[in-house]
Design a protein around this ligand. Structure first.
Ligand code: PHE
Length: 455
């Protein structure tokens, strides 16, 4: 991202730059850390099937929706809906996106802190498969000062990136590092598939037992799909506002969906065969990859180097996602400032966002570490609560709102204008199909899944 001539609005100068940033936002801990454990908890193959159906049904149209809203309004998620509709009736959606972002940020920093801690352990050579890896993770997750230390380092690194506006550097770096992450994951998958009993894991991940598809599984798959594709936060509205005029929204969205899903499925192909080969439980929960991966590295040549490389790439994938989460808040605050006639420049907005991140992530870390114990809600720590509220409620609500907004309240000409990008212009059938899907299919499906589970 770099500055446009007016010096205040960041923009992407190249189409590939925007694709890289959007992929950087989507591919993160959601694919490598969250997808395997949510799949493990929800029955393996059955969950995978529903997840892929959600990606197909909701992923592409909702990504396109967010990009259209951002590109047409050229505003942050605070001002976008209002500027298109010229009234404030959709302001609730802006605030709901902001709340989802802040809640997710609080635990995203914590988990990135865990990854950094594992990276340091990998460099020092202090994790090995001979020790009890569950105990290693358990000790880390209750070590308040260590997690807070690494969490603050993450905040500090991202603050530097945003302060000096070196996103361009990050874009360039991700062009090399994201393919490297993919190659590394392919190699790990091949190694894992050679382990004894790996076929049991493959069957767990790919074989669908239809009796395991319950309303709860469908709701989890939908939430995971939104989380992983960064839908329902306004991240892609924000990036859409920085999109070059001639960017092809359909192609960009399709690239994000394909790459994000590929990384998630690869993570499953690495984790589940290893889980069964090492006699672990696929429903271990959030600690799953931290317990499984160190044993996988032991099987690889240059195990220490491999684990350092992998955890470095994971931290970078997490940081590119955090940058887009923070960008939502920074752009929101700047637009809000302009609206209340209290201009807030980018640096001030960065400082306010960092303060929000530090406070929310500290609360989350303290709650998970168990001190003080009043930082829990009905016996659940803040991570569990924030994760559940966003995945099961806020993200589906925001996606539902966006589908209604673009399907029913945005003139057809706007969609036609934003989707007809030369030289590969879409014909009008494609535009009509998109409108049909986003007007009826998406909102009805989200409402049905939600009501089936809760009513
Ligand atoms: N999609 C990211 C992931 O899978 C999470 C994220 C959500 C990042 C929203 C930015 C905005 O890890």
């Amino acid at each position: 991202m770099n500055k446009e001539n007016n010096g205040s609005t960041p923009s992407f100068t190249s189409k590939i730059g925007l694709v890289m940033a959007a992929v950087g936002s989507a591919v993160g801990l959601g694919n490598i850390w969250k997808f395997p454990y949510v799949t493990g908890e929800n029955g393996g193959g059955a969950f995978l099937l529903v997840y892929l159906a959600c990606v197909f049904l909701f992923g592409l149209p909702l990504l396109m929706t967010e990009f259209i809203v951002g590109k047409h309004s050229r505003k942050s998620v605070y001002g976008a809906f209002q500027s298109i509709r010229k009234n404030r009736r959709w302001q609730w959606l802006s605030w709901s996106c902001l709340i989802a972002t802040v809640l997710v940020m609080s635990f995203y920093f914590m988990v990135t802190g865990w990854c950094l801690s594992y990276l340091v352990d990998a460099i020092a050579g202090t994790i090995s498969s001979t020790e009890d890896l569950s105990a290693h993770f358990a000790n880390l997750s209750i070590n308040t000062s260590r997690v807070l230390f690494f969490c603050s380092i993450t905040v500090f690194i991202t603050a530097l990136v945003l302060w000096f506006d070196v996103n361009k550097g990050i874009e360039r770096l991700s062009k090399i590092l994201m393919p490297l992450l993919l190659v590394m994951m392919f190699i790990m998958a091949v190694k894992v598939l050679m382990l004894p009993n790996s076929n049991i894991g493959m069957r767990f991940f790919f074989e669908t037992d239809f009796s395991k598809i319950t309303p709860q599984v469908i709701l989890s798959a939908m939430g995971q799909c939104f989380f992983s594709l960064s839908i329902g936060f306004g991240a892609l509205v924000t990036y859409g506002a920085y999109m070059p005029e001639r960017q092809n929204i359909l192609a960009t969205s399709a690239q994000v969906v394909v790459l994000d899903t590929l990384v998630a499925v690869l993570a499953g192909v690495i984790v589940f065969p290893a889980v069964f080969a090492f006699g672990l439980d696929p429903a271990e929960g959030p600690q799953l990859v931290f317990v499984v991966l160190p044993s996988v590295f032991e099987q690889m040549s240059m195990s220490r180097f491999s684990s350092v490389l992998f955890f470095s790439l994971l931290c970078i994938a997490a940081i590119t996602s955090i940058i887009s989460l923070m960008e939502i808040v920074i752009a929101f605050i700047s637009d809000l400032g302009a609206r209340i006639k209290h201009p807030i420049n980018r640096h001030k907005a960065v400082v306010i966002t960092i303060a929000i991140c530090l406070i929310s992530s500290t609360l989350c870390v303290m709650s998970v570490c168990g001190t003080p114990d009043w930082l829990k809600i009905a016996g659940h720590d803040l991570f569990e609560c924030f994760d559940a509220v966003t995945s099961y409620f806020l993200l589906p609500l925001n996606a539902f709102g966006m589908a209604l907004f673009i399907g029913w309240f945005v003139p057809k000409q706007v969609i036609e204008k934003e989707l007809h990008v030369r030289p590969r212009s879409l014909n009008s059938t494609a535009v009509s199909t998109f409108r049909l899907v986003i007007r009826y299919l998406v909102p009805i499906a989200i409402a049905a899944i939600f009501l089936k589970e809760f009513v």
